[in-house]
Design a protein around this ligand. Structure first.
Ligand code: SF4
Length: 454
């Protein structure tokens, strides 16, 4: 069983698989060293990055995230403002301090990018080797499998399902709909019952409120930031100017003015993500702008989102993410951008359809429509950074989500393509996708647009 709060996680940008996952893995490795008594003997740690992590890790701040994780920081709580000082200190001292352990570990560029090698279980592999002087004393390999989820080699082979329990267990959309009908539940009610098995009710409330708050703060921050985005592209942010322009013409009669606002919300969050700011992974960081944009659209243009509606939206959207995670993938390195922005758009379409009064069947149809029109979408970030095409793509896919919800609600005959069919199609399309288009920056826009020819 996957928790709703594993799908929606408060973290930092720019990437769930290349920033959040590696940071969590590094922290887990340090904790492992501490538990098995090896930390005190550790003089230095070598880090090997494989596959997509090696190829686009620099642009995704994987190296910085790993150092933060090794020093004991986590994506949810790290103080973003202190990161530059933290990195400067490592550079000056040639070592980092492990939080709460009062121990310094030597760090002298021991991060190896093995761009021509991949580990067998997933494209995003990272191996940590702790040394006592020249002798390796502890090794662990982690895979960052998308959306900030990590697995060790051992966990990959475990049957995780056996260890989990949920009152309404589902593995595909067909069963989910059957359970809703049998128990007279909406999708969000069913998800809530499942979540309460692992999270106390007061914690559910607190987490839902925090998620919505962080989403709103990311929009606010993105609308007022001034510095260009980090990295070699040196892109100017678009959200601040757009915000100013839209604020000045608030009284316009343009019936499509809400479209500009949806674009603004998505761009503002995505730019915050690209800048390494605080966002909500949903279900990945590259796609973090879509759900806040669609929720804010509802909040601003339909009716204010109270707690109950926020919870409904997020619970329903999580059910859709789980179906994709269980039966396909939410990793751009595995299935291209259809697994990130495509899944997020399907989640947002489902959440919005729910709030607009759709039945469980209609909600799955909204998600299906949104994904059907992201099938085949490649991942080809220019310069290996989550900026082009990612930021604009979030805006485009937020709009697709709104359209998909409306199309599903306005349909007068049963859908021909089921959500399960589109998930299977997405998985197969991802498998067939050339590695150039799976977060390696070796094809597509990444090779047509180079930082030098900007
Ligand atoms: S192109 Fe899509 S999958 Fe690739 S980094 Fe950008 S948002 Fe993520």
């Amino acid at each position: 069983m996957i928790s709703v709060f594993e799908i929606f996680k408060i973290g930092i940008g720019p990437s769930s698989s290349h920033t959040v996952g590696p940071m969590k893995a590094a922290k887990e490795f340090i904790e492992k060293l501490s538990k098995n008594g090896a930390l005190k003997q550790t003089t230095h740690i070598e880090i090997e990055l494989y596959g997509s992590l090696a190829m686009t890790g620099i642009g995704h701040f994987t190296d910085k995230a790993i150092l933060l994780g090794l020093s004991g920081e986590s994506p949810e709580t790290v103080n973003i403002e202190m990161i530059p000082n933290f990195l400067e200190e490592i550079k000056n001292q040639g070592s980092f301090l492990v939080k709460h352990k009062n121990q310094r570990i030597k760090f002298d560029e021991q991060m190896i990018h093995l761009i021509k090698e991949s580990l067998p279980l997933h494209e995003n592999g990272v191996r940590f080797i702790a040394f006592k002087n020249q002798t390796p004393i502890c090794t662990e390999t982690y895979y960052s499998i998308g959306g900030g989820f990590i697995h060790t080699e051992e966990e990959f082979s475990e049957n995780i399902e056996e260890k989990c329990f949920s009152p309404y267990e589902f593995h595909n959309a067909k069963t989910l709909l059957w359970l809703c009908e049998q128990h007279d539940l909406t999708i969000s009610e069913l998800m809530r019952f499942n979540e309460l098995e692992i999270t106390p009710p007061e914690m559910v409330r607190l987490k839902i409120l925090s998620i919505w708050q962080v989403m709103q703060q990311a929009i606010e921050k993105g609308c007022h930031a001034t510095a260009p985005l980090p990295g070699k592209l040196q892109l100017n942010r678009r959200a601040p100017d757009l915000f100013k322009r839209l604020s000045c013409i608030a009284s316009t009669q343009d019936p499509l003015r809400w479209v500009d606002w949806v674009n603004l919300y998505a761009i503002a969050v995505s730019e915050e993500n690209a800048a390494g700011g605080r966002i909500v992974t949903s279900p990945t960081n590259g796609a973090a702008g879509i759900i806040p944009a669609v929720m804010s659209y509802y909040h601003q243009f339909i009716e204010p989102l109270d707690y109950e509606k926020c919870e409904r939206f997020l619970m329903t959207a999580s059910a859709i993410a789980m179906l994709f995670k269980l039966n396909a993938s939410i990793s751009g390195a595995e299935v291209g951008c259809q697994g990130e922005v495509g899944v997020s758009s399907a989640m947002a379409a489902a959440g919005l359809a729910d709030l607009l009064g759709a039945s469980p069947q209609c909600i799955t149809e909204a998600a299906e429509i949104a994904m059907e029109h992201h099938l085949g979408l490649t991942c080809d970030p220019v310069g290996g950074q989550v900026q082009i095409p990612c930021i604009e793509r979030n805006a485009m896919s937020a709009m697709k989500a709104v359209n998909a919800a409306r199309m599903a609600l306005n349909r007068s005959y049963p859908a021909t393509v089921s959500l399960d069919a589109v998930i299977a199609t997405m998985r197969e399309t991802g498998k067939d996708m050339n590695a150039k288009y799976r977060e390696t920056s070796l094809g597509g826009l990444a090779t047509q647009v180079t930082p030098a020819c900007k």
